[in-house]
Design a protein around this ligand. Structure first.
Ligand SMILES: Nc1ncnc2c1ncn2[C@@H]1O[C@H](COP(=O)(O)OP(=O)(O)OP(=O)(O)O)[C@@H](O)[C@H]1O
Ligand SMILES: [Mg+2]
Length: 273
């Protein structure tokens, strides 16, 4: 687990800072006393078991849910994210898991969906050019911006959804399970894309259940368990340590299995020497 003396701890003002954020739904405590920092140019992976509170946290930051307690500081200012439009205007973009794209519309139309009007009042050609520019900045492989979403692969759809979220030039982007439905090559594409977004200087929050993907792109890994913070880790943390933080047990079926496989591997390595 990371402690304050770790040399690799990110420095400088975080772009996003949560202190003591809680969210109750009636008697259910979905989030309790959450602290979280995200810096510009940093990918923070948010991990945790089902029901740990990840989506609730994203929804609080997207302005969908109001926190029951706590403070949110964004770009140095305390903020109230009273609705999704407020969050978006401040520079917090969200790519929800279902992507919310329109199958029958083309790539340009999807990127500008709901934003065709002023202050982004653009003609078709200008919108097409802007769409291409955004996709090129991401080095995205989309065959044409004039084909309907329905004819794109899962990875290409994720790319369009990310490009769409970058239209308003946010400072922070949140991705809920961006690789969940993707194959190996498409996952690699999307992870590359996330790195490019980070390299543009944005803060990135990525939710994922896939520890391999998390290790591949995250600068820090924030674990939630039963709605509470349960440790912050670097990607070189052992699987066993991460699994224990996620499940809350040092001894459980998953970590025992991981330990057994590791012991078998070590035995094999030893016998080869
Ligand atoms: N709108 C809601 N009303 C009541 N309870 C809710 C609501 N949204 C979430 N919860 C509860 O809050 C807790 C956290 O849920 P959340 O969806 O944030 O978990 P998660 O970490 O995203 O899980 P998963 O990995 O399954 O997506 C759960 O106990 C859930 O039942
Ligand atoms: Mg969820």
């Amino acid at each position: 687990m990371i402690d304050a003396s770790d040399q690799r701890s990110p420095t400088g003002e975080p772009v996003l800072s949560l202190r003591g954020v809680s969210k109750h739904f009636g008697a259910v405590s979905a989030l309790t006393d959450i602290n979280l920092d995200v810096h510009a140019g940093e990918v923070v992976a948010l991990v945790g078991d089902n029901g740990a509170g990840k989506s609730t946290l994203v929804k609080v930051l997207a302005g969908v849910h109001q926190p029951s307690a706590g403070t949110i500081t964004f770009a140095g200012e305390p903020v109230t994210l009273s609705d999704p439009a407020t969050a978006l205007d401040l520079g917090i973009a969200t790519v929800f898991q279902d992507l919310a794209l329109c199958e029958n519309l083309d790539v340009v139309a999807n990127i500008f969906l709901g934003r065709e009007l002023s202050p982004l009042k653009l003609d078709e050609t200008a919108m097409e050019v802007r769409a291409w520019t955004l996709l090129n900045e991401l080095a995205a492989r989309i065959p044409s911006v004039r084909i309907p979403i329905a004819s794109l692969s899962g990875g290409q759809r994720q790319t369009v959804a990310i490009a769409r979220s970058l239209l308003l030039e946010p400072k922070l982007i949140m991705l809920d399970e961006p690789t969940a439905a993707l194959g190996v090559a498409q996952t690699a594409e999307v992870l590359n894309l996330i790195e490019r977004v980070r390299d543009k200087g944005l803060g990135v929050i990525m939710i994922s259940h896939n520890m391999e993907d998390v290790r591949a792109v995250a600068d820090r890994i924030v674990v939630l368990r039963l709605g509470r913070n349960n440790g912050i880790f670097y990607p070189d943390t052992s699987n066993q340590e991460l699994v224990s933080a996620i499940t809350g047990a040092t001894e459980n079926s998953v970590s025992r299995r991981a330990g057994r496989l590791q012991a078998q591997q070590e035995q094999r390595d030893g016998s080869q020497l």
